[in-house]
Design a protein around this ligand. Structure first.
Ligand code: CIR
Length: 269
């Protein structure tokens, strides 16, 4: 989950891959998954990598009625112990939320929870966090009313929120960008530009990757300093190694086929 600072990542929630996964939405990176078993193996390797690097992982049962249910990031936004339950931007994904919300409310006893009303829409996958600076994508899934709800929560904390227009050829902000540390943003040429992010706090930088490595720009930075990256993106690996970061590679091919990236598959809380 991209709304949690790297040092706050201790526990992660994931959800099993349903047998209906072959019906998952796919418009951007993939043509749709075809091999549910392979997706399950890849998810298992992902969970193992989190556990091996000190994260406690809880896995919710799959929901066969919701082919996209493994992409939990979109369903809940946890910020400093508070939780925003967005109304997801695609109608087919709205009813994935209740078991996730129920689990997190129990796990985060006493958590203050906000919901969205009216026409507000947002996928958690449109949020990235660089230390205490937040970016949100205005996308086919996240509208201005959804952004206003997020802004109310961030105002409460005194955190700044900057809005980035997501190009038509991308799904979410996290589909094309991430913060592997609290001072680095990875971003692809041809999708985003420096002015989208604005001036960054001192000591922070944007690392630009060629457009072909757009999928690789989604990474998960962990508190032990290691970074989970998708297999097959040598530029991303090189740039992170050049900054002294150790990487752990995960084969995401079948999850990518459903437009899912590394961060989409978990909620840190
Ligand atoms: C969808 O289109 O909603 C799913 N197939 C993929 C969701 C990926 N989630 C994310 O980028 N946070």
């Amino acid at each position: 989950m991209a709304s949690v600072r790297v040092d706050q990542k201790k526990r992660a929630l994931v959800r099993s891959v349903p047998s209906s996964f072959t019906n998952a939405l796919a418009r951007f990176f993939g043509q749709g998954p075809t091999d549910v078993e392979l997706a399950r193996q890849q998810q298992q390797a992902y969970i193992q990598a989190l556990v091996d690097n000190g994260i406690e992982v809880h896995c919710l049962a799959a929901d066969e009625n919701h082919p996209d249910c493994m992409f939990v990031e979109d369903q809940a936004v946890v910020i400093d112990g508070h939780m925003l339950l967005p109304t997801p931007g695609h109608p087919s994904r709205v009813a994935e939320q209740p078991p996730i919300a129920e689990y997190l409310m129990e796990a985060l006893k006493g958590v203050q929870t906000c919901t969205m009303g009216g026409e507000a829409r947002m996928d958690g996958g449109d949020i990235i966090r660089l230390g205490d600076l937040f970016f949100v994508g205005r996308s086919s899934r996240t509208n201005d009313l959804g952004i206003a709800s997020l802004r109310s929560l961030l105002d409460f904390f005194g955190y700044e929120l900057r809005v980035i227009n997501i190009p038509d050829h991308a799904l979410h902000l996290t589909s094309i960008s991430s913060t592997p540390t609290d001072s680095i943003i990875l971003a692809p040429e041809g999708y985003l530009s420096p002015s989208d992010f604005g001036e960054l706090p001192e000591g922070c930088e944007i690392v630009w990757l060629p457009g072909e490595e757009v999928y690789g720009c989604n990474t998960i930075g962990l508190p032990n300093g290691k970074v989970l990256i998708a297999k097959g993106y040598p530029g991303v690996e090189r740039e992170l190694h050049a900054r002294g970061l150790e990487t752990v590679e995960i084969d995401m091919s079948e999850i990518r086929a459903a437009d899912g990236s590394l961060t989409c598959c978990s909620i840190f809380y």
